[in-house]
Design a protein around this ligand. Structure first.
Ligand code: SD4
Length: 319
C-alpha cells in the first residue's frame, strides 16, 4: 500500500515536472498568461513570464513585471522618469490586487521608485487598502524604501517647455498622457492577480489622483470571473468604475473584448467630449481568454503565454 502511494505520488511529481504544471490547488491545471497595456508592456511581460513560466504566483509576476516600467527612465508616464505635475513634482499612483480580493494602493506618492511594492506592502502589512501622500511616503521609508529624485533631466526640460504656455490639454494617444501600465496575470494554479502603476496625467494639478490606484476603476480582480485594467483619462474611468464594470460584464457572460467594448460605450454615453479623450480597457477571464477595447485608435497591449510569444496587439476602437 505504502509502496503504491509512493509510486503514484512519485509519478504525479514527475508528470508535473515534465509538463511544467502545478498540481496543487485541488488539481487545477492552467496555462499561465500575462497581458499588459501599451508597448512597454513587452519588457514588463518578460519579467512577469519569468515567474509565471516557473509556476510562480500571478501576484509575484505582476509586481515584478510592472517594476520594470517603473524603473525605466525612458518611460515618461510611469515611476522614475515620469512627467511631473504642473508644479514640477513627480507624484505616483499604483495598486495591486490578488486572487483573494486582497488589495493595496498608494496615491500621490513622491520620491519612491517602486510604488507598486509599497502598494503590496499596504495590502500585506496594514489593516487598510490605501495610503496617500506623506502618509504613504512615511510608511514606505519606515519599511526600507529609499527616498530618490524621480525627476529626470528629460522630464524637467519637458515641464519647463510646457510652462511657457501652461495649457492643460491631454492629447489623444500622445505617449506622455496615456501610458499607464496595467498588467493582469493568470498563473498555473488558475489564480488571477493584477497591478497598475502610473505617474498620472502629465501637468495635472498638484494633488490630483487618477483612476490607476482606485480599486474598481484602474484595476479589478475577481478570481471567480476575471480581471480588468484601464488606461487613459482617469476622470472618465472613475466615473464609470470602469474595471469593475468590465469584470461584472464578464460575469454576465460577455467575452473580455465585448465587456471592454460595453464599458467604453458606457463612458461614451456619459462623458461629454469623449471624442477628445482616450480610454482603453484590457481584460482577461478565468479561462485565459483576453481582449481589449478603446475609444480612439492607437491603444495596444502585449500578451505573453505558452501560445503567444510576447506580441503586441491593437485594441479595437469605437471611433
Ligand atoms: C490617469 N489613467 O492618471 C491614468 C493615466 C493613464 O496612460 O492611463 N495614462 O488618469
Amino acid at each position: 500500500m505504502q509502496r503504491r502511494n509512493f509510486l503514484s505520488f512519485g509519478l504525479a511529481g514527475i508528470t508535473s515536472q515534465l509538463f511544467g504544471k502545478s498540481l496543487d490547488n485541488q488539481g487545477v491545471k492552467n496555462n499561465p498568461i500575462v497581458i499588459s497595456t501599451w508597448e512597454h508592456g513587452l519588457d514588463a511581460n518578460k519579467a512577469a513570464w519569468e515567474i509565471l513560466s516557473k509556476n510562480g504566483k500571478a501576484l509575484d509576476a505582476v509586481e515584478a513585471g510592472v517594476k520594470v516600467s517603473e524603473a525605466d527612465p525612458n518611460i515618461t508616464t510611469v515611476g522614475y522618469g515620469g512627467f511631473p505635475d504642473r508644479d514640477g513634482r513627480v507624484t505616483l499612483d499604483a495598486c495591486i490586487m490578488d486572487e483573494n480580493s486582497n488589495c493595496g494602493s498608494v496615491a500621490f506618492l513622491e520620491h519612491i521608485m517602486h510604488p507598486i511594492s509599497v502598494a503590496r506592502l499596504v495590502m500585506e502589512k496594514t489593516p487598510h487598502v490605501m495610503l496617500v501622500g506623506e502618509g504613504a511616503l512615511d510608511f514606505a521609508l519606515k519599511n526600507g524604501f529609499k527616498k530618490e529624485n524621480l525627476l529626470t533631466p528629460v522630464a524637467e526640460k519637458a515641464w519647463k517647455e510646457w510652462l511657457r504656455e501652461a495649457k492643460y490639454e491631454p492629447v489623444i494617444n500622445f505617449e506622455n498622457n496615456h501610458d499607464t501600465i496595467g498588467m493582469i496575470a493568470l498563473d498555473a494554479n488558475g489564480n488571477l492577480s493584477g497591478a497598475c502603476t502610473t505617474s498620472g496625467m502629465s501637468w495635472k494639478m498638484h494633488g490630483r489622483v487618477g483612476d490607476s490606484p482606485i480599486i474598481g476603476a484602474g484595476l479589478y480582480v475577481d478570481n471567480e470571473v476575471g480581471a480588468a485594467c484601464a488606461t487613459g483619462v482617469g476622470e472618465a474611468v472613475i466615473r464609470t468604475v470602469g474595471s469593475h464594470l468590465v469584470v461584472e460584464l464578464m460575469r454576465q457572460g460577455k467575452s473580455p473584448e465585448k465587456a471592454c467594448k460595453a464599458a467604453v460605450e458606457r463612458i461614451m454615453q456619459r462623458f461629454k467630449g469623449f471624442e477628445k479623450i482616450q480610454v482603453g480597457f484590457l481584460a482577461l477571464n478565468k479561462k485565459g481568454e483576453y481582449g481589449a477595447y478603446c475609444i480612439q485608435k492607437g491603444f495596444n497591449y502585449a500578451v505573453y503565454s505558452g501560445k503567444v510569444n510576447n506580441q503586441l496587439f491593437d485594441g479595437k476602437s469605437a471611433i
